[in-house]
Design a protein around this ligand. Structure first.
Ligand SMILES: Nc1ncnc2c1ncn2[C@@H]1O[C@H](COP(=O)(O)OP(=O)(O)O)[C@@H](O)[C@H]1O
Ligand SMILES: [Mg+2]
Length: 376
């Protein structure tokens, strides 16, 4: 609560120029429903697939309407001014107290929006520029996880120009390192877009070509036969892990269709695990949160090998799905934090990071007389 019972104006950023545009709408609607109306005033800000920013009526039902018929605005990269300025200069700008970016994938989860919010001087939910960018790059994230001694599935990074110049050499490198099947995935995408399970040499080149359409870097990874376990992490300096849950895809792997288009994938909450396995996975999740410079929230996804029981960290999601049936809030619910409390905590964590940033000096005081030298 702010002093004098003033409600906080929470900008909900949704949509965006990403393959996960539609998923974002569902997440944003449920975040808005989760905001306690006594404490917060929701300001839905839709970003179209073309990149127009639109604001409209605050009703949660109107998210698609905001995208269709809202008023066009820009976010000012000037921290002293209103945050949202109407493009047609009609009326004044809108002030915001905090922003909740509910956009998955490119231009939402990768640090770019976070950079703009930093310039605008606005507190925001979730990881900052660095953590978001790291979380979005599966190759960089794995390298940092290795330094933190968190096990990851062996992989090979292929840069697009390298692949285009020398496909034979890449194919040999892949086959020297791995047995088929291998997973081929764009380094900087989510929702299983552009991803293939390649079962043979014939499938490798098409898989690399496809992944290279979606990113400048591609990962080729050993395929593991594993259960998929996910943990939610919440906090800034003292992050906590939820109980783990399990995803049971009904397809060959947890691909785009299994994630969003079809029913059939099961979420088991909590996952059936031994106490020692739970502890190990939670410890890795929190260690990863720190190693990858995250803040606020993250869903950390693991593979638990069916044979031998080895645990690998697969990936982190800094803006996980946020519908009321999504794993991130569900795991917190099972750990004793309701959806509404979760939103409260995330906003409080955003304000905490912002207060800390405000304590940092960004300018130096020049010694007396030095200013003259700059003027000369
Ligand atoms: N190395 C692997 N071995 C086995 N299955 C994998 C592997 N990599 C990915 N998968 C399958 O593909 C899904 C999506 O891969 P993931 O790396 O999580 O990408 P995304 O960011 O698109 O979710 C996983 O949930 C899993 O089902
Ligand atoms: Mg995943």
């Amino acid at each position: 609560m702010t002093p004098n019972n003033k409600r906080l104006r929470v900008g909900i950023l949704f949509g965006g120029r990403s393959g996960e545009h539609e998923v974002s709408l569902a997440s944003a609607a449920s975040v808005i429903r989760g905001l306690d109306p006594d404490k917060y005033e929701a300001v839905p800000i839709g970003i179209t697939k073309e990149g127009h920013w639109l604001v409209g009526g605050a009703a949660q039902k109107m998210l698609p309407e905001v995208l269709k018929g809202g008023q066009r605005v820009v976010m000012a990269a000037d921290p002293t001014d209103a945050a949202l300025i109407p493009l047609d200069r009609s009326g004044g700008g809108q002030r915001l107290d905090v922003v909740f970016p509910v956009m998955h994938g490119t231009f939402g989860e990768d640090g770019t929006i976070q950079g703009l919010l930093d310039l605008a001087g606005l507190p925001f939910v979730g990881a900052g520029v660095l953590g978001s960018a790291i979380g979005m790059d599966k190759d960089v994230a794995k390298r940092l996880l290795q330094v933190a001694k968190i096990p990851v599935v062996p992989w090979l990074t292929v840069h697009r120009p390298e692949w285009e110049r020398n496909p034979r050499e890449i194919q040999s490198a892949v086959e020297a390192k791995f047995q088929y099947p291998v997973f081929v995935k764009p380094a900087t995408l989510g929702s299983s877009v552009g991803m293939t399970k390649a079962h043979s040499r014939e499938e490798l080149a098409p898989a690399l070509n496809l992944a290279a359409e979606f990113a400048m870097k591609v990962l080729v990874e050993q395929c593991v036969v594993a259960r998929e376990i996910e943990v939610s992490v919440l906090g800034n300096h003292d992050p906590k892990a939820s109980v783990p849950g399990e995803i049971v895809p009904h397809r060959e792997f947890y691909d785009y269709a299994a994630k969003y288009l079809e029913e059939g994938t099961q979420l088991l909450i909590p996952a059936k695990l031994k106490p020692a396995q739970v502890e190990k996975i939670q410890t890795y999740a929190v260690a990863a949160f720190r190693a990858l410079e995250l803040s606020g929230m993250a869903r950390v996804d693991f593979f638990l090998e069916k044979k031998g029981g080895k645990v690998y960290l697969n990936e982190v999601n800094t803006i996980p799905g946020f519908t009321s049936i999504s794993m991130y809030p569900k795991l917190w619910e099972a750990s004793g934090i309701s959806f509404r409390e979760l939103i409260d905590k995330l906003i409080e964590l955003a304000l905490e990071v912002h207060r800390e940033k405000a304590r940092t000096k960004y300018q130096i005081e020049l010694p007396e007389g030095a200013a003259g030298a700059l003027e000369a």
